[in-house]
Write a protein that binds this ligand. Structure first.
Ligand SMILES: NC(=O)c1ccc[n+]([C@@H]2O[C@H](COP(=O)([O-])OP(=O)(O)OC[C@H]3O[C@@H](n4cnc5c(N)ncnc54)[C@H](OP(=O)(O)O)[C@@H]3O)[C@@H](O)[C@H]2O)c1
Length: 177
């Protein structure tokens, strides 16, 4: 099964600081995240969001399952989770899940490290935050990894909230002939 990634990164490819997001709350980006990860083609179907254990415990998620999606927490340890969330031992185990429509890997950097080089990765929904926030968690430069803007995607948007400008795009791998 293929999967997609959803990530927000600043101009230095920073994604987190002090177990949270370093930029102010961006309602437009949160709405985009909710819409992309919750929407299904089939009525009554459900998507999965896959996250590392530290993201599950981060300020934004705080150990509460995001509604209408199966929350999958990747850990090598043992975790007790509430209803709506399950634990798996690897990214591969998460990608082997059945009974969900689309699988979204949503961070953090620990999990993206494996996800970004996985051939099953289809799209990256990237929110590019136009600032530098001195993050302590970063991802690799997606341009250097060979991802390019998917011009076919109609969901592109720009935002400017709380003094922060951002751009939402979808990336795909460049096709090498
Ligand atoms: N900007 C964004 O889009 C975004 C998205 C998500 C998170 N974040 C931020 O990123 C930070 C957290 O990211 P992080 O990189 O520190 O941690 P993380 O990737 O969320 O979690 C790391 C943990 O997940 C488990 N894990 C990761 N990869 C694994 C694998 N391949 N196999 C088995 N277990 C695996 C391990 O858990 P165990 O130690 O339990 O074994 C590991 O310690 C926070 O600041 C958060 O706010 C930002």
């Amino acid at each position: 099964m293929t999967f997609d990634v959803v990530v927000a990164a600043d101009l230095d490819w920073g994604i987190g600081q002090d177990q949270g997001l370093p930029w102010p709350r961006l309602r437009g980006d949160l709405a985009h995240f909710r819409r992309v990860t919750s929407t299904t083609v089939r009525e009554g179907a459900r998507n999965a969001i896959v996250m590392g254990r530290k993201t599950w415990e981060s300020k934004e998620v705080a150990g509460k399952p995001l509604p209408r999606r199966l929350n999958v927490v990747v850990t090598r340890g043992a975790l007790t989770l509430p209803e709506g969330a399950i634990a798996v031992g690897s990214l591969d185990a998460a990608l082997a899940l059945t009974g969900v429509e689309t699988i979204f890997v949503v961070g953090g950097a620990g999990l993206f490290e494996s996800a970004l080089v996985d051939p099953r990765l289809r799209y990256i929904y990237l929110t590019r935050i136009e600032g530098r926030f001195g993050c302590d968690v970063v991802i690799p430069d997606l341009d250097t990894l060979g991802f390019v803007r998917d011009e076919k995607w109609e969901g592109e948007a720009i935002g400017d909230e709380n003094g922060v400008k951002y751009r939402i795009e979808r990336l795909r791998r460049s096709i090498v002939n």
